[in-house]
Design a protein around this ligand. Sequence first.
Ligand SMILES: [Zn+2]
Length: 846
Amino acid sequence: MRIITLLLALSTFIPVANAQVSPDYYLPKDISYNTSIPTPKQFFGHEIGEWHLTHDKLYYYMLELARVSERAVWEEYGRSYEGRPLGHLIISSPENLKNLEQLRIQHLQLSDPENSSKSDIKNMPVFIKLGYGVHGNESSAQNSSVLVAYYLTAGAGQKTDELLRNAVILIDPALNPDGMQRHSTWVNFTKSLNNNPDPNSWEFSETWPGGRTNHYWFDLNRDYIMLQHPESIGRVAAFYRWRPNINTDHHEQGANATFFYQPGIQSRNNPLTPPDNQELTAEIGKYHEKYLNAIGSLYFTEEAYDDFYVGKGSAYPDIHGSVGILYEQAGVKGHLKETPGMLLSFPFAIRNQLTVSLSTLEAGVAMKEKLLESHRKFYKDAFTLADKHPVKAYVFTEPDDNNRLSEFVRVLAGHQIRIHKLAKDINRNGVLYKAENSFIVSLRQNEYRFIRSLFDPIKEFTDSTFYDVSTWVLPMSFNIQYAPINSLKEMDGLTGATHEEFPSLEGLVATVADPYAYLFEWNEYLAPKALYELQNAGIIARVAAKEFSFSNSSFSHKFSFGTIMIPVADQPVSKAELGKLIEKVARDCAITVYGVSTGFTETGMDLGSGNFIVLNKPSIVMITGDGASSTDVGEIWHMFDTRFRIPVTMVTAARFGSVDLDRYNVLIVAGSPDINQAGIENIRVWNRKGGTVIGYKGGNSWLSRNKLADIENVPAAQSDRKEGKYVNRSLDNQARQNPGSIFQVKLDLSHPLCYGYTRDLLPVFKTGTAAVKKNPDIYNNPASYSSDPLLSGYCTKDNIERIKGSAFVSVHDNRIISIYDNTNFRAIWYGTNKIFMNAVFFGQIL
Ligand SMILES: [Zn+2]
């Protein structure tokens, strides 16, 4: 009792929350609410919108609703990198929830063309997924999910009963929990009790790298195709588990905008998505119109956004027979902000997100039969379309890299694509597809449209502007050879075992009894991991700068540039220990290691040749923080950390004047870091002593500006447009950009930066139109754009001309390496990662 008195006394002087938000502000007043369900205020101690919910608070509220309400269950589908739960609060009538598994199976029958005509659509509920905040700092999204969940579990009376009887609703309250946690921590810790709406306020300058992205600073709204992160792997598996008819994607846009809902720009829809998808989106839009009119909020449609790139949350459902809908609320990124049109408050933003969530639900139930029928038709049509399409299947192979091949198969299988082993060897366009390492994907399967979006190169477009990239041909990003099969007759006898039967990858040590040295080639994706693991154990390794071959009782093999050689003698471990370590590394990295009994080779140089160069273990420092590109740095960090298990020390630009660089031998510059003169001198001195500098993308301008590299650009193309209308100026400019397309580069396979490549033409990803002239020293251009470089995607003719023959990678004096374009794009460019890793491992021998 004494404690309570004390608290009451204190509260007179300490205001706990100032921006009082009334619960009436949000929730519809035409129904009553069950008092046994805790309101957000009862649970959190404040109204929604007064503070930003952290992810843990949000999650525990969802669990509480599942515990107390007979209308809700929680289903976890994954964990983020930082271990935060990802899942759905599944809400429906108690009767539906009792039969949930049965309803789910019955629902999935709609996407099975052979059985879907049996489905009794009239008596089936519609499945609606509401997805919030794939960008962690778009907080009105996640915070509104709490109100939606409360409304659906506490709402009493016929209206709610009717809704829940006809719908199974999956609330995904936070699609990017780690980003949400970072952002909420920032805006809460900078919040004043008296909200300060001054846009200059620190509250609105979220610290680098911000909460938009996940743990490794990836945009999760681009990973739906790639499936490189646990958040998307779980989410996409859950998508197929439920196959919702409507799938919403709630975002925020700039603070000065209003509210956007789809449909977006019609001419930019992905041509593989059927037209009725946009008609349904527009019909659902009539409900948003009515609901937003009722609260007086401004909105717009059919502008700015599109559904061309199907790897984002609003378009991925569209190419799977569902209706994906993008919502973009003007983002406060704080609690209250001055904008030209209004004083934008966090509660206002949340209310708009809540409002369109409710209009979506009303539309979903009203259009239930139409939506279910459209889903059924989508999959029935898939077979008819496949029968008419000239391509019947794709075969693919990668004879020189099992890791890349198996990862490609994993990504395809993650989208429920049926893959078979090739049953016999075939030749296509001069390429041998050997049964042992080739696969075949038939187009006559449920995901016909989606498969085409992954395999078809595209160079013709109905529109010349794009919200995101213009192409994503997956075999190209994996640098995997593939070819179409154009008749059913040709497919006869080609289909072998299904992918469920694939064996997992295993390493192999092919050795003689008492080896003199071990050898492994560099072509396997995980070869850098293997080398690092050995070097980290103190093992001395050398790299082959020339080719050679061996023949003995256990193998006969031609070894290419970049082969790693580990002599048995003069190592810090015994022969037996080395043997064990080699076996472990081969197993960990699924590579083949050869043991040989002599240093005398069959052809080419011997093992004691000066062309076997001793390698130092890379010790890597990367510039991070303000000025560095969080996307580029994040992609590099993710690659080292998750694939190769190699540590990279990330140091902020400000510390470069004082940090002792001597403990590192590789420096990565991505972006335009703000390093003072002392720091630049520090780098210059260290480089002259032997350190390798890798300029990556924008980092090359920084190298050039600070006279560390001499880089000359190809002059920008001039538009030949003689006149134009003011209203079109922005679109005209955009149409001259390269939104992200796939080009071809030519490699010098004998150059250390190209070690491990077995074919001299390589697909690469390029965004933007900047092009750099080759180095005047002809030996310093390991990778340059070919004479006919565009493989897939949009680029203007004059820009293609400029890109032709320009540099993709060049080398300057003192082991300074420029990688001008993205070798690590969205973690899916397995084909170009090796160039980056080569710069790290072999920069030292240039
Ligand atoms: Zn967003």
